[in-house]
Write a protein that binds this ligand. Structure first.
Ligand SMILES: O=c1ccn([C@@H]2O[C@H](COP(=O)(O)OP(=O)(O)O[C@H]3O[C@H](CO)[C@@H](O)[C@H](O)[C@H]3O)[C@@H](O)[C@H]2O)c(=O)[nH]1
Ligand SMILES: [Mn+2]
Length: 610
């Protein structure tokens, strides 16, 4: 609270300073700018400072009501019996087996399957937009390894449930047989997956039976490519039937590669997620949905329970639509000198929005109530078929013929034609940053959200590590955000109307974040260019009248030769009588002067002509 009051007081004082600066620019522009150059310079500075002031105002909106709530998952069972825990559908998106190595995607999936939660209530759906048999093969391997990994995690109370993170950390003192066996299994799975990706095809020796051969043959039909192929849905683990090594139930694991066709728009990740929403509706229709990027593994087995602390809270508002966890990263250098962790974006700002209507959606690590994808909290928009309704109960097993047929049908590329998908239903189309846009539109519809930031990061992911990747990510984000900023749904108009002024400003901060590049570019070049040309662009501090002349219009300057020269070019006159070089008399003094000050300095009296 003291922080909030301080922020508000600071905002008021600071806004006066900004107003003074803008006033200064305006008076300079209209009263003192006489030449074309000075008009251009003042106008450029005015534009820069107006943009900076706008960005400051939007940033300040995150600081007016910061709230961070803590969760106590150990108390969850006081309000909800374990058998009443809701089922959860987890969506993992991957798009390219060469850019997003399948072994990493598998690690993500295993970390999520191993949540500390009744396994029969978890269904993991993997969306493969790369349409690659390499990814499917990796997941077949993962399904087998999960039979050992899940009981191993439970028995040993493992905290790092991502196998790669667990086996490569030195934190465990576990040298038991079970550890060695599980590690050996993991290593052999990893080798098989990596070999397969390196070869670009599956070794015939790795295919164990005829049914697998048939599945892989789908990828080898003529004309099959990542941009042109039929829907492939493969149930790799069926909770109701398959048990782990200890005889306990396991989560469902389903591989989905939606149909792609060059003539139908696929809408990138938003399209993939909508496809998963429909396929999962048909198969399990869990009331809670977690979306996860393939490069973000779960780092805390209690995360589902933490999310339920909000969603299943008897006092929770019925408008609560989603719970967002921050994206945190591993493998950053000490102190993150390149700022790759985006702490402000993923932690500070969501805390700020948390005291208002709640944080925006950032694409990964977000638990939704399925209902949010079907219209406002007060009025539901029904999907085109009853099986997709959020409260439909699936009675058949996920491998039933009719279920699989319908799942393939809703994963077709032209399924969405003449439907409301992407506009009123599901994840929203229209921006390259589908996460930001979807969260924004949901909040405009009246849904609220919560931010959960436990001290142990719930998810850990990779940051782009090459300059090319970082630049292309920034470019994609910038284009996507501007698409929203300049659309009819702009946060400064539509958003502020629907969600209130401060929330509108928060969303505007992101939508217009790319235009911050304008003042940054101007301030990177203009002062330097102006200085080299002897033009003063910043308000001058009043100088003492010189003690020699005392006449008005004369000023004493201490400067370098070069500046003196450019001033004479400007038309200022120099009183040569008062020219004085600051060089000590004796030889030694001169040397030490140069060491300390570089070139000799000159004191002159300049006569300015207004
Ligand atoms: O056609 C596509 C393109 C991407 N993806 C997946 O989308 C995720 C994010 O894509 P990525 O290229 O890694 O984008 P980033 O910029 O790293 O991701 C950030 O920005 C995205 C766009 O705003 C969000 O979707 C992400 O959640 C957020 O982490 C990855 O898992 C991809 O596999 C697809 O499934 N289909
Ligand atoms: Mn990514």
């Amino acid at each position: 609270m003291p922080c909030t009051s301080f922020n508000r007081a600071f905002a008021i004082i600071y806004s006066f300073a900004i107003l003074a600066l803008i006033y200064h620019h305006l008076t300079t522009l209209f009263r003192h700018s006489t030449t074309v150059i000075s008009i251009i310079i003042t106008t450029t500075l005015l534009i820069s400072d107006l943009i900076l002031s706008f960005m400051w105002a939007t940033t300040t909106s995150f600081r007016l009501r910061p709230v961070l709530r803590q969760t106590f998952p150990e108390n969850l069972e006081k309000v909800l019996q374990e058998q009443d825990f809701p089922a959860i559908d987890i969506f993992i998106c991957t798009a390219d087996p060469y850019k997003e190595p399948p072994i990493n995607v598998v690690n993500t999936a295993l970390s999520l399957m191993a949540y500390d939660y009744p396994p029969e209530k978890i269904s993991v759906y993997v969306s493969d937009d790369g349409g690659s048999e390499l990814t499917l093969f990796a997941f077949m391997e993962a399904a087998k390894f999960a039979e050992c990994w899940l009981p191993f995690c439970r028995d040993n109370n493992v905290m790092d449930r991502c196998p790669e993170a667990y086996f490569s950390s030195n934190r465990h003192g576990n040298t038991e047989l079970q550890y060695e066996e599980t590690k050996a299994m993991y290593e052999s799975m990893k080798i098989r997956i990596e070999n397969t990706v390196e070869r670009g095809e599956i070794c015939p020796g790795y295919i164990i039976d005829e049914s697998q051969r048939q599945i892989f043959s789908k990828y080898r039909t003529p004309g099959f490519s990542r941009a042109n192929h039929p829907a492939i849905i493969q149930v790799l683990k069926e909770s109701a039937k398959e048990k782990d090594k200890k005889g306990d139930l396991m989560p469902n694991l389903v591989y989905v590669s939606r149909e792609k066709n060059k003539n139908s728009p696929h809408h990138f990740k938003a399209g993939a997620l909508n496809s998963l929403l429909r396929v999962s509706s048909v198969m399990t229709n869990a009331p809670i949905v977690l979306t996860q990027d393939c490069d973000m593994y779960s780092n805390d087995p209690l995360t589902i329970k933490r999310a339920l602390c909000f969603i299943s809270d008897p006092l929770a508002r019925p408008t609560l639509g989603y719970v967002q966890f921050p994206q945190r990263y591993h493998g950053l250098n000490k102190d993150d000198i390149y700022g790759g962790e985006f702490l402000r974006l993923f932690v500070a700002n969501p805390v700020g929005m948390n005291g208002l209507q709640g944080p925006s959606y950032v694409g990964s690590g977000c638990f939704f109530r399925r209902r949010v994808f079907f219209g406002r909290p007060t009025s539901m928009v029904p999907p085109e078929i009853q099986q997709l309704e959020p409260d439909n109960v699936v009675e058949k097993p996920i491998t039933a013929q009719s279920i699989l047929e319908l799942a393939h049908h809703v994963a077709r590329c032209n399924y969405e034609n003449d439907t409301k998908w992407g506009f009123q239903l599901g994840f929203r189309y229209g921006s390259l940053v589908e996460d930001y846009y979807t969260g924004y539109r949901l909040q405009c519809e009246g849904w609220e959200s919560n931010f959960c930031h436990p001290s142990r990061p719930a998810f850990l992911g990779d940051v782009p590590i090459s300059v090319i990747d970082a630049v292309s990510q920034t470019k994609r984000w910038a284009i996507g955000l501007l698409e929203v900023g300049f659309s009819k749904y702009t946060p400064v108009g539509f958003g502020a109307q629907c969600m209130g002024f401060i929330m509108g400003l928060c969303y505007a901060h992101y939508a217009f974040w790319p235009i911050l590049s304008i003042p940054i570019t101007i301030y990177s070049f203009l002062p330097q260019i102006a200085l080299l040309n002897g033009i003063y662009i910043f308000p001058e501090v009043k100088r003492k009248k010189n003690e020699i002349g005392q006449q008005s219009g004369k000023t004493k300057y201490d400067m370098k030769l070069q500046q003196l020269w450019s001033l004479t070019k400007n038309g200022d006159e120099i009183n040569y009588d008062a020219l004085r070089m600051h060089i000590p008399e004796d030889q030694n003094g001169w040397k030490s002067y140069q060491r300390e000050n570089g070139k000799p300095r000159i004191e002159a009296v300049i006569v300015r002509h207004a």
